[in-house]
Write a protein that binds this ligand. Sequence first.
Ligand code: ZN
Length: 212
Amino acid sequence: MIKQSTLQPAHAVYREVVAAGDYYMRAMKQGQTIRILDLEGNQAADTLFYNEHDTSERYSAIDTIREQGNVYLSAGSVLLSNEGNPMLEIVADTCGRHDTLGGACATESNTVRYALEKKCMHACRDSWLLAVAENEQFGMSKRDITHNINFFMNVPVTPEGGLTFADGISDSGKYVELKARMDVIVLISNCPQLNNPCNAYNPTPIEVLVWD
Ligand SMILES: [Zn+2]
């Protein structure tokens, strides 16, 4: 569902441009709103959420899909934790569809999907592992990396139940906005993928904005 935001970028309390292949890892408080902005279009933002005070509670694709009865995420979707608690709600969305089935790219999946020589190419899982290693204050490790959301990524489910990585439907300036229902850690890998059309074979920067 397309829903515009009324928040003004000039009033944001935090802004950061995240290059393709880089990560964003920061806590946000209950009641704050985060916007992920697709600056140049057709990008994928592979995102994980954790309860800031107990990171064993984290975003659960399974619980979220079951409770909303829809495999796609958009405005109105409430993101649930593995304990069934609302973590964030998508309160604005000008893209209209976000995937939570396709998972993130990894060097291993790159070899299976594309070619053995893709093994050394940078992947989202590497960015997440670097993020948890460089942010020891959150006390997380490799074992905390679980299933994620791919904001802006178009992964249609076929009538037979298959998944296809389709050309993106996002465009320059499209965004998704989420309001936190608890204190959360946001971990985004701005996808460096070069092998599939989700980002038009051309990874580009995103911008993250936070409002009180
Ligand atoms: Zn990726």
